[in-house]
Design a binder for this molecule. Structure first.
Ligand code: ADQ
Length: 577
């Protein structure tokens, strides 16, 4: 009941007459070339967490989702066909990116710079000027796509580390330059100077700013201010930029729905501040400022996000790290719930994400899942099962998990042959070199441990290097005696939530890394330091020998939390705020 009340409470605060525009790197629709389908393409809605998270808000508000469609197509006709299908059937709008830009934005900058740094792996970070330009370029394309449809009163909710410059770019496109504030105008322009696409166009067409032009002077100013290493390859053309802003304002004035004749423009040709609300949510950790300040473009990324009204994180610690970076790097005055920036207050808050437990309960009721559970229980009769489900990513601490299991078997030989780790690892980001190395490390460890403790009858580790379908996942979660999450950093970690949702019958034990955001919420888990293999081995032993009454008491706490803090609770709370 408490759940229902708080949920409907936040839903009631949703402004149902406004429109929500969600922007994420990928659209929640998988599009494939398929000659058997009308138009030559097949479409399938993804079942990701964000899709369920937004279902609540979607029912109450008019809704559009903007993102990269995951492919490029040969002709404009193909694009138009896909655009029309996505708009009519999925309320989605694709952002078409040149394949090279898409690759350098996603693999080159997002996953090779921001992802490792935000997860405290600066050693894996490869900073490269070209990738940074591609990141800006892609963010600009997204901003332009939003600008084409955004109207006064809309809310734009930007998702995740792929789009951290988008809030700044969007504000510039729809509202023009902001007032001089605590950050110098020149510095803001430095981030913005690619805003109108002039940098890209000039760059790709071989144009350079004519000597003596405003653009050249601006670049010179940047050289003088020490920014030349990042700006010298681009030509800044502020005239083009203001032209683009004027076009944006004109487009919005044409679109003047309230009929007051004022459109969204003010007398000076820009829209008033706050005519569009912008929110940003980071799904990864935000690292300590001591780590964050390693980033060569640390100021630019902070400035990008600070053009929001609300910035959200999974945990209080991430929010605190963000605010202390704003103070230390930009010198901004901050308070526990926000920062002052350019005469406005940017609200910063904690919104822990969840899952939709009902989907898993419904899954467990399916005949196919029940049949599969019986088959697995027969296969592992008399053996305790520990389950691990992770993307094959270095942040998930899979080598640490394997070492802990090895230590456990070494210290407790009586368990050899009586416990298995079923580790499912979905292949991920295989174009990035660090992920290929990780795979080799894991293969070696699995082979070594199985060689050491395996017998003809049994192997301690069942390693499955692929994605498993939803029914197999439900069955695996439900028959396991414990779930082991050893992330060395993880924004939240939803696998722990999914495991709890599937454990009504067995009341299995959740062993959870203290470095996953979920450790701050999932009271009732055994919390471990994944770097301490002896401590994890002890937790495995404790989990396998825990009295059923203790398991039940722990499970009840966990289950209450997971059922209350659902994905839709997260989505509606953020949007209502
Ligand atoms: P991820 O890093 O992808 O998400 P997580 O939250 O654990 O991590 O979600 C993974 C999802 O993928 C789960 O729904 C899980 O079931 C599924 N999955 C993983 N391996 C699978 C496999 N082999 N087969 C099938 N399904 C598999 C990012 C952040 C997290 C944050 C989420 C949401 O890194 O910290 O919790 O976003 O904000």
């Amino acid at each position: 009941n408490a759940n229902a009340q708080s949920d409907s409470g936040s839903r009631d605060r949703l402004a149902t007459n406004s429109r929500l525009i969600v922007v994420s790197n990928r659209l929640p629709v998988t599009i494939k070339v398929d000659s058997s389908q009308p138009g030559g393409y097949s479409f399938a809605l993804s079942s990701g967490g964000l899709v369920s998270a937004l279902s609540g808000a979607k029912k109450r508000m008019s809704f559009t989702w903007i993102g990269w469609p995951g492919l490029s197509v040969p002709t404009r006709e193909d694009e138009l066909f896909i655009e029309s299908k996505l708009e009519k059937e999925y309320s989605c709008r694709p952002v078409w990116l040149d394949p090279d830009v898409a690759d350098a934005h996603y693999n080159g900058f997002s996953n090779s710079i921001l992802w490792p740094l935000f997860h405290y792996h600066p050693g894996e970070m490869n900073f490269d000027e070209g990738n940074w330009l591609a990141y800006r370029e892609a963010n600009l394309r997204f901003a332009e796509s939003v600008r084409e449809i955004v109207r006064k009163g809309d809310m734009v909710w930007v998702q995740d580390y792929h789009l951290m410059l988008l809030p700044l770019m969007l504000r510039t496109l729809i509202e023009g330059s902001s007032a001089q504030g605590s950050v110098s105008q020149r510095e803001l322009e430095h981030v913005r100077h690619g805003v109108d696409g002039s940098s890209h166009l000039a760059h790709s067409s071989g144009l350079a700013a004519p000597p003596g032009s405003e653009a050249a002077e601006h670049s010179a100013a940047q050289v003088a201010s020490g920014h030349s290493h990042r700006t010298s390859t681009t030509a800044t053309n502020l005239n083009v930029q203001s032209g683009t802003t004027a076009q944006a304002v004109a487009a919005m004035e044409e679109d003047d729905e309230d009929g007051d004749g004022k459109g969204r423009g003010t007398a000076d040709g820009t829209t008033s501040r706050g005519s569009v609300k912008i929110g940003f949510f980071l799904h990864t950790p935000f690292p300590s400022s001591e780590i964050y300040r390693i980033l060569p473009v640390r100021r630019e990324i902070l400035l990008g996000v600070l053009h929001c009204d609300l910035v959200g994180f999974h945990t209080y610690d991430y929010a605190r790290h963000f605010l202390s970076s704003c103070t230390r790097i930009l010198g901004l005055p901050t308070m526990p719930n926000g920062a002052e920036f350019e005469g406005r207050y940017v609200h910063v808050g904690t919104y822990p994400i969840g899952i939709e437990p009902a989907q898993f309960i419904e899954g467990l009721a399916r005949d196919a899942v029940k049949t599969r559970m019986r088959a697995l229980e027969r296969r592992f009769e008399g053996v305790k099962i520990i389950v691990g489900v992770d993307r094959l990513d270095y942040i998930k601490g899979i080598p640490q998990k394997l070492h802990a299991l090895e230590t456990f078997l070494q210290e407790h030989p009586e368990w050899v042959g009586k416990v298995v780790l079923v580790q499912v690892a979905v292949p991920s980001r295989q174009d990035v070199e660090e992920y290929q190395n990780l795979r080799a490390i894991i293969n070696e460890a699995v082979g070594r441990i199985n060689g050491r403790f395996g017998t003809v009858e049994s192997m301690p580790i069942h390693f499955i290097h692929r994605s498993v379908n939803f029914e197999e996942l439900c069955a695996l979660y439900a028959i396991s005696d414990a779930c082991l999450v050893t992330s060395t950093r993880d924004g939240m970690n939803l696998v722990s939530y999914e495991y709890i949702a599937c454990q009504q019958q067995r009341n299995g034990v959740m062993i959870l890394s203290e470095f996953a955001g979920a450790a701050q919420s999932l009271n009732g888990s055994l919390i471990v330091n994944p770097w301490d293999k002896f401590a994890v081995a002890d937790a495995i032993h404790e989990a396998l020998t825990m009295a059923s009454v203790t398991r039940k008491a722990n499970f009840d706490k966990l289950s209450r939390y997971v059922n209350k803090h659902t994905a839709s609770w997260w989505g509606t709370s953020f949007v209502a705020e």
